[in-house]
Design a protein around this ligand. Structure first.
Ligand SMILES: [Zn+2]
Length: 1066
């Protein structure tokens, strides 16, 4: 079966569009639609009605039982105050964050991360040595800072105090001028914050507007403007700052880490310069020439996002024009399909691609598309129409099999059409014939979606079905771990209670009254229990399969049932399961046999489907796919680090292949209390197009709401089964590489047992011939899948791009968010086969080449000391730095091996909006929110220096929501938000905000709900009090700052990139 079938002919379309009832979309793309964020649940929402948790009365610090032998009654305990945190929980307490009562302080700024006993601690830091100056490198740093021209009048760059490497005191005056350089006049005093546009100034060295170079002599103030983004253009880059009177120096890119909070913040931001440095204060005032890069003067993600919203948020994005760059994913906009697929379905790294492969190689800009074939649309937009050509099926090109689309050219009075992909001429089938108007357009152009729209669906014929047989409706099988940990934590009871109501919300299609999906139930520990829930039974029947070595399904009739027909028996079963295993002592589990059982059941029923597996521990019981604990953090920063991401056995790869062949998609919900080898357990979910959810140290009272929300969303979301996707391209380029959760048995077809509305596939293209500016380039993504009602369909997305012979056109039409999505996925795959350092270096190098090529070929001649960035890519350095210091590529000591494997797999399926907020989280000042409006407060940049201790902030990255409370927040605000009378009484064990009847509480909760509604997963809410130990976790997300794991600050990284670019240019 393939999407590559020969077409037949048939009657014209005239079908109503499919309506996915019971499935509405959350607000899409950024600043969203105010209102009910969880509308997709309809009436089914909120905590389980009337469900009381069997929680032992141990309070929020109740320790979850550890895996292994059943613990004594008291249970093992986490360090006091430990709050389980999904991404960074301690896999092993000894590796975790010390549970110190002292306020967390940042360690020395650019200290390389040296894992406790890592044998080769140097391997990952070398790239940072250049800008985290070693003892002898003050001059080096100075040179490099000087070269950067971002506000340097003097060359000296004192290293941060407190760095571990005993930096010598900077020279009293700038060192000797570098060859060919002239030190500019005495630094002048400048305001700390120069707003945009910079005030005109006649002071030496400060030139508003055009770029300047502080160390190359005073530049002409009338320097011709450069294309692209450069210092001071837009008034925001490269402001020079003289020394502050009265203050000792701060350091380049080293805001007050670890320092006590400064004096009361100025209205706009906390000024790092306001903290005196003892080291520098020892110098006489005239010997403190100081310069630093003003963080406000380098490209700001917040500004770019804001500008795009203002410029492009009001008008609909109409897709009729080839090669149009869409608004950013953070902009809320409507799309009108006029012949190209909506950016909700496809986004490209560039909408204007080089005509030749040489040009593409020269620029190093990857050509890639991020495709989300079943993306959810906002309610205001139209779902793809379903076109039914009857028995003949869709009209296709004879040669390349491309589907009829708006770019096919009808010729000879409409009797034939020329393929826009391969130029082959195909006869128009008689039933499809239509006359052309005077412009050569078919007269039924606007009546046929496949002629006028970018996205539409075809009803597939039996030729597109497995074994030439229309598929049966899919099945959902719920497979519940009933080992000791699962039972003891209350998880088994929770799942069973939830399923009783959730089963009424299975995906339905169109106007169908009930879902066509059948359900089945399995429980397991070391053995598997199947349940007969046939409607004619008075009570469910259990069948145990203890021979897990050769899994089979002991019953066919009665295993997969219709929910309504078997309602009573299912309810009875779900009541009984928690009781049956309440006293279990079994701690060991199997895993592979569980998947095999589900697979066999679907095979027996001859249908596709999804397994929902709820699993708690490393499967150490004797069985196929048995695993051992091979976690070893000592491998970090060694050549063997890649093994941490690889599965420990190929068994699961083979199993995944079998699952894909059957259309058996696996969604895995993990509840680990220790290492359970996500890298291996994730193989089948990953390769079958499924999802993994992880709730480490699951505790009923704090985690159940999040888990249940995820489960509800996961069960109800739109999903296609038994899917095959192929991307066709016009002559000259072709799809060469694919990233995402899928399986490929050949080089062109992406196979997914299941594909849901949140999954993306990133596709890379390479040239295989020349392209022409006239004809441009075309993509056609065809997804063949089985709908939730068992209907076989083809979803087609078309996109036309421009082609260019000038590099400047390429750089003008890039989209950095998409570029980052591709680069992250590429790097995250790279760690499977290469040392992480190699991957990081390659990333930096590629981006430096991209920017150097622009500088060399597109920017007007200017001093080498200037950093000039293309306007569309001015955020590339800041976002790239976020990828480089992400947990996969540069883990801090608190990040477990399982976290890294989990994140790696998650990111690989993310769309552009998700990677955007994941790598550069959204930080909102809640205390600035207008309680009378529906809007979100304006976001601020992710840096500690932007936080005021009198305010409360919210930070979200798509997986977590932090609420950070400053130590000086007004008591009334604390009372209104938390219902307690003082800062010290705020509990950071809260997993939801208390429901209080006052405007501030309502506003904050509505903001949280709005954000939750925009994300595909329910984010974990974490309350962080300033100077509390949890603040360390929070600071990890302040991505413009230096990170604990050694990641560079934005400013430092920008300097580094500039140096790399200069090296490439010299
Ligand atoms: Zn063709």
């Amino acid at each position: 079966m393939s999407v590559n079938q020969q077409a037949h002919t048939g009657p014209p379309y005239g079908q109503p569009q499919p309506g996915y009832q019971g499935y509405q979309q959350p607000a899409y793309g950024g600043q969203s639609l105010p209102g009910a964020p969880q509308s997709q649940y309809g009436a089914y929402n909120g905590p389980m009605p009337g469900y009381q948790q069997p929680v032992p009365p141990q309070g929020s610090l109740r320790a979850p039982p550890t895996s292994g032998a059943p613990p004594p009654a008291s249970g093992a305990s986490h360090p006091s105050g430990h709050v389980a945190y999904s991404q960074f929980e301690h896999g092993d307490v000894q590796n975790g964050i010390p549970a110190s009562a002292a306020p967390m302080q940042r360690p020395p700024a650019s200290q390389p991360f040296l894992p406790g006993s890592a044998p080769t601690p140097v391997s990952q830091i070398s790239t940072f040595q250049q800008y985290g100056p070693p003892p002898a490198s003050v001059q080096q740093l100075r040179n490099h800072m000087a070269g950067m021209t971002i506000g340097c009048t003097a060359a000296s760059a004192p290293p941060p105090a407190g760095l571990g490497y005993g930096a010598p005191r900077p020279p009293a005056m700038p060192g000797p001028p570098l060859p060919g350089q002239t030190v500019a006049g005495p630094p002048s005093s400048q305001p700390n914050h120069v707003s945009s546009p910079p005030p005109p100034s006649t002071m030496a060295g400060l030139h508003p507007g055009p770029p300047m170079s502080g160390l190359h002599g005073p530049p002409p103030p009338t320097h011709p403007p450069q294309p692209g983004y450069q210092m001071q253009q837009n008034g925001s880059f490269g402001q020079m700052r003289g020394p502050q009177p009265n203050y000792g120096g701060a350091y380049p890119g080293a805001p007050n880490y670890g320092s006590p909070p400064g004096p009361p913040p100025p209205p706009k931001r906390l000024d790092p310069d306001s903290i005196p440095s003892p080291q520098l204060n020892e110098l006489p005032p005239q010997q403190k020439p100081r310069h630093r890069i003003d963080p406000d003067a380098i490209p700001s993600p917040i500004q770019v996002i804001e500008d795009d919203r203002n410029n492009r948020g009001s008008e609909p994005f109409v897709t009729g024009v080839r090669g149009q760059v869409p608004p950013l994913v953070t902009t809320n906009f409507l799309v009108k399909d006029q012949g190209n697929a909506s950016p909700r379905y496809i986004r490209c790294t560039s909408y204007n691609i080089p005509c030749t492969s040489d040009m593409a190689k020269q620029s190093q800009v990857p050509l890639a598309a991020v495709i989300k074939p079943l993306a959810t649309l906002p309610p205001e937009e139209t779902l793809p129409y379903l076109v039914d050509h009857g028995e003949s099926g869709p009209v296709r090109c004879n040669r390349c099999k491309a589907y009829m689309c708006p770019f096919m050219q009808f010729i000879e009075g409409g009797r034939r059409f020329q393929c826009c992909f391969c130029s082959c001429v195909t006869e128009v089938p008689p039933h499809y014939f239509q006359h052309l108007d005077h412009t050569g357009k078919r007269v039924d152009f606007y009546d046929r979606p496949e002629l006028s729209l970018g996205s539409y669906e075809f009803l597939a014929t039996v030729d597109y079905c497995k074994n030439n047989k229309f598929p049966s409706p899919p099945a959902f099988i719920f497979m519940i771990d009933v080992s000791y940990n699962a039972v003891k934590s209350g998880l088994v009871r929770l799942i069973c209670e939830e399923l009783k109501s959730l089963l009424d919300y299975l995906p339905r299609e169109g106007n169908m009254e009930e879902s066509a999906i059948r359900v089945g139930f399995v429980t397991y520990n070391k053995v598997l229990h199947f349940y007969n829930v046939k409607s004619s039974l008075a009570q469910p029947q259990m069948m145990v399969v203890s021979d897990v070595a050769d899994m089979f399904v002991p019953l066919l009739d009665g295993f997969l049932v219709n929910v309504n027909e078997s309602r009573t028996v299912i309810a009875s079963l779900l009541d009984q399961i928690p009781e049956m295993f309440a006293d279990t002592r079994e701690t060991e589990t199997v895993f592979a046999p569980v998947i095999q059982a589900g697979l066999e059941a679907l095979k027996a029923a001859d249908c596709a489907g999804k397994l929902f597996i709820f699993h708690t521990s490393l499967p150490i019981a004797e069985a196929p796919g048995k695993l051992k604990n091979r976690d070893d953090r000592k491998l970090i920063n060694t050549d063997k680090e890649k093994t941490l991401f690889q599965p420990q056995t190929s068994f699961y790869n083979n199993l995944a292949k079998d699952c894909v062949a059957q259309g058996c998609c696996v969604d895995l919900f993990l509840f680990p209390n220790q290492y359970l080898d996500v890298a291996t357990l994730g193989v089948v979910p990953y390769q079958t197009g499924g999802s993994i959810y992880k709730y480490a140290y699951f505790q009923l009272e704090t985690d159940q709401y999040r888990f249940l929300n995820d489960l509800r969303k996961d069960v109800q979301k739109e999903v296609g089964f038994d899917a095959v996707m192929r991307v066709r391209t016009s002559t000259g380029i072709r799809a060469t590489d694919f990233f995402g959760a899928f399986y490929m048995s050949n080089t062109t077809d992406v196979e997914m047992a299941g594909l849901d509305c949140d999954k993306t596939i990133t596709v890379e293209f390479k040239h295989d011939d020349k392209l022409s500016e006239d004809s441009g380039a075309l993509l056609q993504c065809a997804l063949l899948y089985t709908s939730c009602a068992g209907q076989r369909r083809l979803r087609i997305h078309n996109l036309s791009l421009n082609c260019c012979t000038q590099l400047a056109d390429l750089y003008r039409n890039c989209e950095t968010d998409t570029l980052i999505n591709y680069l992250a996925k590429h790097a995250y795959r790279g760690v499977l086969s290469s040392p992480v350092k190699t991957v990081r270096d390659a990333l930096i190098n590629q981006c430096a080449q991209i920017l150097a090529c622009y500088r060399k070929n597109c920017a007007s001649p200017s001093s080498a000391g200037q950093l000039i960035l293309p306007e569309c890519m001015k955020l590339l350095p800041v976002y790239l730095n976020c990828v480089l210091k992400s947990d996969v590529l540069q883990p801090g000591p608190e990040v477990t091996t399982d976290d890294r494997a989990y994140i790696r797999q998650l990111v690989t399926s993310m769309d552009v909006a998700e990677t955007n907020v994941f790598f550069y989280p959204r930080l909102l000042p809640l205390t600035k929110a207008d309680v009378d409006s529906d809007s979100l407060p304006a976001a601020i940049r992710n840096s500690e220096e932007r936080l005021s201790k009198g305010d409360i902030y919210l930070l979200e990255d798509g997986l977590n929501i932090f609420v950070w409370v400053g130590v000086n927040v007004q008591q009334s605000l604390i009372q209104n938000l938390f219902g307690v009378s003082s800062f010290s009484q705020i509990s950071n064990a809260l997993s939801t905000l208390p429901v209080l009847e006052n405007p501030f509480s309502k506003k904050v909760r509505s903001v949280v709900d709005m954000l939750q509604g925009q994300r595909s997963r329910y984010m974990k809410l974490i309350i962080v009090k300033q100077e509390d130990k949890l603040e360390m976790l929070f600071k990890h997300f302040l991505v413009e700052d230096k990170s604990l794991s050694g990641g560079a600050s934005y400013v430092d990284f920008l300097c580094h990139m500039h140096k790399e670019i200069r090296q490439l240019l010299s």
